[in-house]
Design a protein around this ligand. Structure first.
Ligand SMILES: CC(=O)SCCNC(=O)CCNC(=O)[C@H](O)C(C)(C)COP(=O)(O)OP(=O)(O)OC[C@H]1O[C@@H](n2cnc3c(N)ncnc32)[C@H](O)[C@@H]1OP(=O)(O)O
Length: 421
C-alpha cells in the first residue's frame, strides 16, 4: 500500500517563473521553487494521495501576474475506483488558465504592473552584491538606481481596483497552502482591503524596463470602532517561502501600521488569530517602534529614546536610576499609557504586553518595590484577561495558577526581548 501512497506536500512543487531574460539575471543562490506547508484543505487531513507511483505535481506561476500552469505526472497509476483523481481535485482549487503559460510569462515581464496604489517602498542589497558589505537597507542608504540594489514596493488595493478581483483569486491559494486553518474570504464583503508586496527588478539590458515579482500579501478587514472610527483587523498575512526570514514580513507589517497611523479614520490595528511566528514578528516590530519613539521613551523612562541596536537596552536598573521614575513606573501610569495607546493605535492587550516588556527590560533586580509593583501590574491584567476561568477556582489555587501564568509570561518576555537586542 505504502508505495501507492504519496505525501501530498512533498510531491507538490511550486515555482515562480520569470521571463527568460530575467531568469538568466538571477544569482545562483536564488531559487523560487518550494513546497506547500499544508495541503490538507485540498487532499484531506492525512495529506496523502492514493493510487500513484512516482507522482509529481508541478505548479508554475508567472512571478508577477501569478497566472498558473499545472502539470501532473506519474510513473504508474493503479487501475481502481479508489484512486484519487488529482487533476479533478486540483481544478476545484486552482482556476483553470486556458492560454499558454510560457507566453504569459514573457508577456508578464513587459505588461504586468501591480494593481492599486503604491503605499510603501524599501530597498535591499541584491544577493549578487551581498558579499560586498552588510546586506540591509534603507531607501536613503542605497541608491535605487544602482545595480546592487533591489527595490520592493507595497501596493494597496480593494475589490474596486481594476483587475484585482481576478488577481486575488489566484493569490488566495497561498492562504490554503501556508496558513494553518486558513480559508478563502467572501468576495461579496465590501469591508476587505489588501496590501500586496512585490520585488521590482530593473533589467540590466539597458532597456530601462522594470519587472514586478509577487512576494506576499495581507488581507485587512474594516470593523466599526466606537464611536466614530474604524478598527482595521489584519486577517491573513503570507510571505512566500523563498522570501521568508529576510525581513520582508516585517516591512509589509510596517507598511500596514504606517497606513493605519496615517489615516484618521482608523482607531486601531488588531490581528486575527495570529500564528506564533507572526506574533513574534509583530512583537519585535512593535517593540522596535516604541524603543525608537523619542517622546514615548522620554516620558516613560524619564530619559531619551533608546537605540534598539545599542548598548543601553536591557541593562537592568539603568533607566530607573538617578533620574527618577518616568510614567512607565512600575506600576505604569494607566492614564498615560492609555493616552499613548490611543495615539499609537495599538490594540489594548498588545499595548499592555509591550509596556510590560519595556518595563521588564529595565527592571532592576535589586529594586524589590519595583519588582513587586511590576508583578502586581502583570497579574492584574492576567486576572482580568482570564477572569472566567480563574473566578471558578478556590483562592489558593487561583493564586497559584496566576503565579504560574505570570512566570511563563515573564519567560516569554525574556525570549521576545532577546529578539530586539
Ligand atoms: C494573522 C495571520 O495571518 S497569522 C499567519 C501568518 N502567516 C503564516 O504563518 C504563513 C507562512 N509564513 C509566513 O508567511 C512568514 O513566515 C511570516 C509572515 C510568518 C514571517 O514573514 P518573514 O518575512 O519570514 O518575517 P521576517 O523575516 O520579517 O521576520 C521577523 C521576525 O519574526 C520572527 N519570525 C519570522 N518567521 C518565524 C518563524 N518561522 N519562526 C519563528 N519566528 C519567526 C523572527 O523573530 C524574525 O526575526 P529574525 O529573522 O531576525 O529572527
Amino acid at each position: 500500500m505504502a508505495e501507492w501512497t504519496t505525501d501530498s506536500n512533498a510531491c507538490f512543487n511550486i515555482s515562480l517563473v520569470r521571463a527568460q531574460e530575467d531568469q538568466k539575471a538571477l544569482a545562483e543562490e536564488e531559487s523560487y521553487v518550494f513546497n506547500p506547508a499544508f495541503t490538507y484543505p485540498i487532499f484531506g487531513e492525512d495529506e496523502k494521495i492514493y493510487g500513484y507511483n512516482g507522482l509529481t505535481i508541478d505548479m508554475r506561476l508567472a512571478s508577477g501576474s501569478l497566472r498558473q500552469y499545472l502539470s501532473i505526472k506519474w510513473d504508474q497509476k493503479l487501475k481502481a475506483d479508489t484512486v484519487d483523481d488529482v487533476e479533478k481535485t486540483l481544478s476545484e482549487c486552482i482556476p483553470p488558465d486556458e492560454e499558454a503559460f510560457k507566453a504569459h510569462v514573457e508577456e508578464d515581464a513587459t505588461a504586468f504592473k501591480p494593481m492599486g496604489e503604491k503605499m510603501y517602498t524599501y530597498t535591499r542589497r541584491s544577493p549578487a552584491s551581498q558579499g560586498k558589505g552588510k546586506g540591509v537597507s534603507s531607501a536613503l542608504e542605497l541608491d535605487s538606481e544602482s545595480e546592487d540594489t533591489l527595490v520592493f514596493e507595497v501596493y494597496h488595493a480593494t475589490w474596486d481596483t481594476p483587475g484585482f478581483r481576478e488577481y486575488h483569486r489566484r493569490m488566495q491559494l497561498f492562504i490554503l497552502l501556508y496558513i494553518e486553518a486558513g480559508s478563502y474570504i467572501q468576495e461579496d464583503e465590501e469591508a476587505w482591503e489588501f496590501v500586496v508586496l512585490y520585488e521590482k527588478r530593473k533589467r540590466r539590458d539597458g532597456s530601462g524596463l522594470s519587472t514586478y515579482h509577487f512576494i506576499g500579501y495581507s488581507s485587512l478587514y474594516n470593523f466599526y470602532y466606537y464611536p466614530e472610527k474604524t478598527r482595521l483587523r489584519l486577517s491573513q498575512f503570507v510571505i512566500l517561502p523563498p522570501y521568508q526570514r529576510h525581513g520582508h514580513g516585517s516591512e509589509l507589517y510596517k507598511a500596514i501600521y504606517q497606513y493605519v497611523l496615517s489615516q484618521p479614520r482608523f482607531g486601531e490595528l488588531t490581528v486575527e488569530d495570529p500564528a506564533e511566528a507572526f506574533e513574534d514578528l509583530r512583537d519585535k516590530n512593535d517593540l522596535k517602534m516604541l524603543l525608537g519613539h523619542e517622546q514615548f521613551m522620554k516620558e516613560g523612562f524619564g530619559e531619551d529614546s533608546v537605540s534598539h541596536g545599542g548598548g543601553r537596552v536591557g541593562r537592568p536598573g539603568k533607566a530607573l536610576g538617578n533620574k527618577g521614575k518616568g510614567k512607565m513606573g512600575p506600576p505604569v501610569d494607566k492614564g498615560w499609557a492609555e493616552k499613548w495607546r490611543v495615539k499609537m493605535k495599538i490594540a489594548g492587550r498588545q499595548f499592555s504586553r509591550l509596556v510590560e516588556m519595556l518595563i521588564q527590560m529595565r527592571l532592576d533586580p535589586l529594586d524589590v518595590r519595583g519588582l513587586r509593583a511590576y508583578r502586581l501590574q502583570v497579574k492584574e491584567r492576567l486576572y482580568r484577561f482570564n477572569f472566567e476561568v480563574l473566578a471558578q477556582l478556590e483562592k489558593e489555587e487561583r493564586l497559584e495558577k496566576l503565579e504560574e501564568t505570570f512566570q511563563s509570561v515573564r519567560e516569554d518576555y525574556t525570549r521576545i526581548l532577546g529578539l530586539v537586542r
